[in-house]
Design a protein around this ligand. Sequence first.
Ligand SMILES: Cc1cc2nc3c(=O)[nH]c(=O)nc-3n(C[C@H](O)[C@H](O)[C@H](O)COP(=O)(O)OP(=O)(O)OC[C@H]3O[C@@H](n4cnc5c(N)ncnc54)[C@H](O)[C@@H]3O)c2cc1C
Length: 436
Amino acid sequence: MTGKVIWPFDPEYEQARQEYNRAINAYPLAIVYCYNKQDVANAIRWSEKHQVRLRIRSGGHNYDGYSTGTGKLVIDTTLMNDIEVDTINDVVKVQAGTRLRKLYEILYEHGYAFPGGTCPTVAISGLVLGGGIGLSTRYLGLTLDSLLEVEMVDAKGNIIVANQQCYPDLFWALRGAGGGNYGVVTSFTFQLKKKVEKITLFQLKWNNNRPARFRFLSVWQEWLEDLDRRMSAFGRIYKQGAYLFGFFYGKPTEASKILEPFLSIPGITFENIEYVDFIEAVNTIANTYPKSEKFTDTGRFMYKHLCEDELRKLINILDHAPTDYNSFIKLYSLGGAVSDVIKSETAFYYRKAKYTMAISSDWEKNDAAPINKEWVAEGFKYIKELTFGSYVNFPYSKLKDYEMAYYGQYVKVLQNIKSKYDPCNVFSFPQSIKPL
Ligand SMILES: Cc1cc2nc3c(=O)[nH]c(=O)nc-3n(C[C@H](O)[C@H](O)[C@H](O)COP(=O)(O)OP(=O)(O)OC[C@H]3O[C@@H](n4cnc5c(N)ncnc54)[C@H](O)[C@@H]3O)c2cc1C
């Protein structure tokens, strides 16, 4: 085995075994920080030779800790984080362990926007292999919609380059169902779609304003119906209020007009609509994330229009939340460029959804974990009734038929591709795709 290998007796082990979600508590056999693809191949071969199961980790942000496991060999790509920008062809090659903050910053230095997610420490790998929804999504598409090529180490330790021409079935599967299932991706090549300087960042809050929540939810779903695709937004509703934030690829005066239905909800406590450098907008939202947290969270795809009774039931769930501000329902806008792409082009099944609806709760002291988890589990039962499938990047260990929930009618095709590229199920975790 090559690379930087951390064993349980090493002083770095305690830190190295941690995931972003500190509620996950696994004790891997070893963690190998790979410097290059050969280290990845060696780790895969070592695990086969020693009959040790492996897990793949890049940013370590999987909600349920599927990138680690007690007794497993964790193949970690954190140290593989080079970025090569080709400004002639508007293309970027990104190594697997690259975190989003670095990617946004380097790309912005060359004048490009990028349709990634909002958390700065999420790695490109998990994000793009499952989809990638953020505040540029309606304008520039999912993160995976910009993907041109991947380089991957397979179950035998061979290096495969997959794109539309070479291994097109694998390339298809990796775009939506790739996280941990088919091999260790070592780099991604993306088409850069947009040069950008300034955009409008908006943040609207209704704190200590419980009545605003119902209006917020009703406005949200009406508003998305014919929303200008230059605008993408995330919403959050909690026991004591609501919060909307997002990006608009245009000027603040136009943004304010589009946001009018929200601005007319009484009792706004914070309103900021400003024209800033793209990177400042990205970092303002990124800086709201902690370095780590203890949480449970899971999310689904919304297709239907909710009636008043359904909206009230959602508010009722929030009224019974264990915390005032840290237990919430999250909404991520979809549509626009996401629904332009022909559904069968990638393995991202829920392309025509209007938005995602997630339920989340975080806590500090371990003894608060059960009440938070129970609230999410109860709330999720109702959200499941309203929605149509789960976002694989917002996974949930309690899903019964998880393959169907994440991949819909694509399950059989994905299982076939799994049988072709990983017949011995080397790449497995509690919710992995099973070979046929
Ligand atoms: C605080 C926070 C904010 C988030 N914000 C957003 C958001 O704005 N938009 C959004 O869409 N999602 C968001 N997510 C979800 C995020 O996209 C997923 O958690 C994503 O899978 C994390 O990727 P990772 O590489 O950091 O995590 P990891 O835990 O390292 O990996 C996630 C999954 O991908 C697999 N994997 C990792 N690296 C590789 C690789 N190189 N090759 C093959 N498989 C690999 C792992 O085995 C695991 O199954 C957020 C998550 C958190 C915790």
